[in-house]
Design a protein. Structure first.
Length: 370
């Protein structure tokens, strides 16, 4: 019995070992060792980094547009302050002149008889007609005095209104300056986070991250090209040379934007040395004699909206974090035709031609007169 028991035990042990090995093999096959290699870890980190940097760049654009809004409002208030102060200075000067003129006329009228009062002076006339003539003169002078006095009072009231306006503008300026500082601080903080994320990555991760970004961009451009082709818009894989024909105003705007290619992106940048997205489009159309508002969200409301199938060179293209809500617009570019555009994309990049993409695309507008 003993030998058989030992054999049975051995068999059971062997069976158990075999089952254990099979279980281990199954576990290994479902979680291969290659998943934890340095290359795969770098790939995973690169994917995370690409997403993180992309999200931060969008946040920077949003914060940059918020800063531009505050900066524009602050500039408007400062301009209004200068104008109001000029008006106040002119009112003070005119008020002083009116008072001096009024005093001189009163003095001349009442001193015309030397030391005598006004009534005997009037009664000196040689005839009733002389008296009536003098009375008419006095009446005209008095009416003029009343008019001047009324003008003086009106200017005094205007001075008071303008002074109050200046006080309100000063308060607005202080509040807007604080808001602009806060918006700028938000942008700087986001840029630092972006810089930290990139600087903490290894060279291999950065290389893979750039590959991932390039692949995602190529896929996005391919989807846009397909959509434009479906909308019966001719699309060119390479930048057309020459560019497709445009209206005179659009051609001037495109030429102006093209002249800025290579200039760096800078949030709040209005040119001529650096631009943000809406600063570039505003600059370009200013060269064509078309005035656009400062920010992308404001530019969205200028001119008719244009369907994808109706795009023409010179149209403005917009992107938003929520394509159903124009209040979330954060980027604008200038369409040049054939599926291409000029844009100032984000920090670390420069003004350049790029193929159109539709991820986050909310629509297009056509500036007035284009």
């Amino acid at each position: 019995m003993a030998p058989r028991s030992a054999t049975a035990l051995l068999r059971r042990s062997t069976t158990a070992l075999t089952a254990l090995l099979l279980l281990a093999a199954t576990a290994l096959s479902s979680n291969p060792a290659s998943a934890d290699t340095p290359t795969d870890r770098a790939r995973h980190r690169a994917l995370q980094l690409a997403d993180q940097v992309s999200a931060l760049e969008t946040k920077v654009e949003v914060a940059g547009e918020a800063y531009a809004v505050r900066e524009q409002a602050l500039g408007d208030v400062v301009e209004q302050q200068v104008q109001a102060q000029h008006e106040l200075d002119q009112l003070d000067l005119t008020r002083q002149d009116d008072r001096a003129a009024l005093a001189q006329q009163v003095r001349a009228l009442y001193m015309s008889a030397g030391d005598m009062t006004l009534l005997p002076t009037l009664l000196r006339g040689d005839s009733p007609q002389d008296v009536f003539t003098q009375l008419d003169t006095v009446d005209r002078v008095l009416r003029h005095q009343q008019k001047v006095a009324g003008s003086v009072q009106a200017r005094v009231a205007a001075v008071q209104v303008t002074t109050l306006r200046l006080e309100r503008l000063a308060d607005q300026r202080t509040a807007l300056a604080d808001q602009a500082d806060a918006a700028q601080a938000a942008v700087v903080d986001l840029l630092q986070k972006r810089s930290d994320a990139l600087s903490s990555a290894s060279a291999e991760v950065l290389r893979l991250e750039q590959q991932d970004i390039a692949a995602a961009q190529a896929a996005s451009e391919a989807r846009a090209a397909a959509a434009l082709t479906a909308a019966q818009i001719a699309v060119s894989a390479d930048l057309p040379n020459p560019l497709p024909p445009a209206s005179p105003e659009a051609a001037q705007a495109i030429a102006a934007a093209r002249a800025e290619i290579g200039k760096p992106y800078l949030y709040g940048g209005n040119g001529p040395d650096a631009f943000d997205c809406s600063g570039l489009t505003k600059w370009a159309y200013a060269a064509a004699g078309v005035t656009l508002p400062r920010t992308s969200r404001e530019q969205w409301n200028v001119g008719p909206h244009v369907a994808l199938a109706d795009l023409q060179p010179g149209d403005l293209l917009f992107w938003a974090t929520d394509v159903t809500n124009p209040a979330t617009i954060h980027h604008v570019a200038l369409y040049v035709g054939a599926g291409w555009m000029i844009e100032a994309p984000h920090t670390g990049d420069v003004v350049h031609f790029s193929r159109m993409y539709l991820d986050g695309y909310i629509g297009a507008t056509r500036p007035p007169g284009v």
